[in-house]
Design a protein around this ligand. Structure first.
Ligand SMILES: Cc1ncc(COP(=O)(O)O)c(C=O)c1O
Length: 385
């Protein structure tokens, strides 16, 4: 079997049809900057940029194109919002499943007096919504949560969390890294104030593209992390205060915008339902066979309820990294092994410090690849790596 890519939770591969063509079209035929030129190719770039903002609005059921901000990834987006919003004395609520893209900025702010409560999730990665209510303090400003764990694929009850935020007047900031392009994420139904996204995972776009959408109230309270040229208000040395220029200083990743535009169009054409059904069909096939194996534990939920296509395995009595190495070396199967940038999630799932071998399936994987992965895992176990 040719190489089998099962690391879509890290970044999707292959990318959506049309992505590389659109990027190379920009490099070869367009080439111009946006908001800075009056010639035809600058207009073309501007049109594609605007259309990409519209596609993001469409994906998340969001109304204001100018409040869609592009960054290089979700880590940058979360840093902009977290560091631009929180001041010493503020308190925020997160779950124990968060990625370091949330936890590291919070941890550094914590040293300067920002407080946070971490909702302890259960060992299957699920969360008791009542603990969120109980964690609210007079100085709580926001809840920041990932919609699904990047370690075990458990989906958190964010609709309910959004309702709690609305009732208690808290900002609700969502990390959509593991669910955008998989779940229908409706900004309004989620009662979100900001949704941060990354382009290169489930959104099937190129690396180096991410962003966030944000409402006016929250945007007015977030100060920009990066200031500089925007091609607008060039008579002033102050950063524009209006959207999206407030958060988009410096020349953008335009090849990335062109690629992302193509991937978002592909998602729209295909439909998230179709993508979700394919990925969950493959996940089910994998999980059912793993559940028959001895000495292999699925971290988190081992059924199909409330999950994405990320499955982490803990090989009891084996060194997980040796299994991942053997899968790569002997069978040409690409997985991710170790601790997946989320130490507290691993502690919650009892996979700290040994980590897991993470299999994450994508829209372009096939049944025969799943069967090959299962067969290869069985061979690794029999060989006793
Ligand atoms: C839940 C979650 N949040 C944030 C990130 C960070 O994504 P990026 O590296 O694209 O900024 C990841 C990526 O692994 C993730 O899974």
């Amino acid at each position: 079997m040719n190489s089998v890519y099962l690391d879509n939770g890290a970044t999707s591969f292959p990318k959506a049809p049309g992505v590389s063509e659109s990027m190379s079209n920009y490099i070869l035929n367009v080439g111009s900057n946006v908001s800075r030129g009056v010639y035809a190719s600058a207009h073309e770039a501007q049109t594609v940029l605007f259309e990409t903002r519209e596609l993001i609005c469409d994906l998340f059921n969001f109304d204001k194109t100018e409040n869609v901000v592009f960054t290089k990834n979700i880590t940058e987006s979360l840093n902009v919002i977290i560091k631009g919003l929180l001041n010493p004395g503020d308190h925020v609520i997160v779950s124990s499943m968060e990625h370091n893209a949330v936890m590291r900025p919070l941890s550094s702010l914590n040293k300067k007096g920002v407080e946070f409560s971490r909702i302890q999730c259960k060992s299957d990665g699920s969360m008791d919504i009542n603990i969120v209510k109980q964690s609210i303090r007079p100085n709580t400003k926001a809840v920041i949560m990932s919609y699904a764990s990047n370690v075990c694929g458990t989906i958190l009850p964010l609709i309910e969390v959004g309702e709690i935020c609305k009732k208690n007047n808290l900002f609700f900031i969502i990390d959509s890294a593991q669910t955008a392009g998989f779940l229908d994420m409706d900004y309004k139904k989620l009662n979100a104030d900001a949704i941060a996204f990354t382009g290169h995972k489930g959104l099937l776009g190129p690396q180096g593209m991410g962003g966030f959408l944000i409402n006016d109230t929250l945007a007015s309270m977030v100060s920009p992390l990066i200031e500089g040229g925007t091609g607008s208000m060039s008579n002033s040395e102050d950063q524009p205060n209006y959207m999206p220029d407030k958060f988009e200083a410096g020349t953008m990743n335009l090849p990335g915008i062109f690629g992302f535009n193509a991937s978002l169009k592909y998602l729209k054409r295909t439909g998230l339902k179709e993508i979700r059904e394919t990925e969950l069909f493959l996940t089910k096939r994998f999980i059912e066979k793993v559940n028959l194996m001895e000495n292999v534990k699925i971290a988190g939920i081992n059924g199909m309820e409330n999950r994405t296509a990320v499955v982490s395995l803990d090989f009891q009595g084996f060194d997980n990294s040796e299994i991942a190495f053997a899968l790569s070396n002997d069978f040409n199967i690409m997985t991710r092994c170790g601790l997946h940038c989320a130490p507290s999630a691993h502690m919650t799932l009892n996979t700290f410090p040994q980590g897991t071998v993470r299999f994450s399936f994508g829209h372009f994987n096939t049944e025969s690849q799943i069967d090959y992965a299962i067969d290869s895992i069985n061979k690794c176990i029999r060989k006793g790596f």
